[in-house]
Design a protein around this ligand. Structure first.
Ligand SMILES: CC(C)(COP(=O)(O)OP(=O)(O)OC[C@H]1O[C@@H](n2cnc3c(N)ncnc32)[C@H](O)[C@@H]1OP(=O)(O)O)[C@@H](O)C(=O)NCCC(=O)NCCS
Length: 206
């Protein structure tokens, strides 16, 4: 199965066992920063990383995930991909993390566009979810930037940093993705407020 070529700078690769050391080194070097939002980060070991890759390689065969190793200008800088999938209801969830030094360049937003295309066009998904802690403004800016619609906040669903915390969810439907692409010409440009407003207006029209 092919990797996702997002643009001249970004590729999403399938996880392979040979990448375990490099992925673990990236997590270890960014542990404090990642641990603020990712419950698994504080105690993550190389063996955990190997097990995660093994799991991904198994579900790859079943078509329930996506290429997710985030390669920027030839270097591994994080992860962006389908983290879980509900085949019956044709819905899936996207997840991501990025090495701190690479924030602010639109890398994950651009990568998510590649994953969205893969989720809707290749996996045939009907609905894609992105969720994050309500205080994780950088993370929630991504679905907003992409034109996702806010659907709600679940209370105390995640045990993070010693207490149960809320999770805010945004969704995009296949029809909205198609409409966005037709409005923005393959969704290469950031989606601005005008497009988001048009989507909301469309939803209000019976
Ligand atoms: C969440 C996380 C991935 C967001 O990283 P990010 O760099 O803010 O997101 P992007 O890579 O999409 O970059 C967006 C930024 O690049 C800018 N940008 C530059 N070029 C851009 C482009 N072509 N397209 C979109 N944005 C662009 C945006 O304006 C934005 O900058 P700003 O925050 O100063 O406004 C990162 O903070 C992270 O990994 N955090 C720790 C782990 C985590 O929270 N994971 C998510 C758990 S739910």
């Amino acid at each position: 199965m092919a990797n996702i070529h997002v643009d001249d700078e970004i590729t999403l690769r399938w996880p392979v066992m040979d990448a375990a050391d490099e992925m673990f080194a990236l997590i270890a070097a960014n542990r404090t920063y990642l641990a603020r939002w990712l419950p698994w980060a504080p105690d993550h070991t190389l063996e955990n990383e190997r097990q995660w890759i093994k799991g991904r390689m198994q579900v790859k065969v079943g078509g329930t995930c996506s290429p997710s190793l985030l390669i920027y200008q030839g270097s591994l800088v994080g992860l962006t991909g389908v983290t879980s999938k509900d085949p019956l209801n044709k819905s899936c969830t996207l997840g991501y993390y990025l090495a701190g030094a690479y924030q602010g360049r639109g890398i994950v937003t651009r990568a998510c566009r590649g994953v969205l295309s893969y989720a809707f066009d290749t996996l045939g998904m009907h609905r894609v979810q992105i969720s994050a802690n309500p205080a994780n403004t950088r993370s929630l800016a991504i679905p907003r930037r992409l034109g996702f619609i806010y659907e709600g906040t679940m209370r105390e669903v995640e045990f993070l940093n010693g207490r149960f915390q809320d999770s805010t969810s945004y969704y995009m439907l296949a029809s909205e993705w198609t409409r966005l692409r037709s409005m923005e010409g393959e969704v290469k440009r950031p989606i601005g407020p005008t497009v988001r407003q048009a989507l909301h207006d469309q939803k209000r029209t019976p």
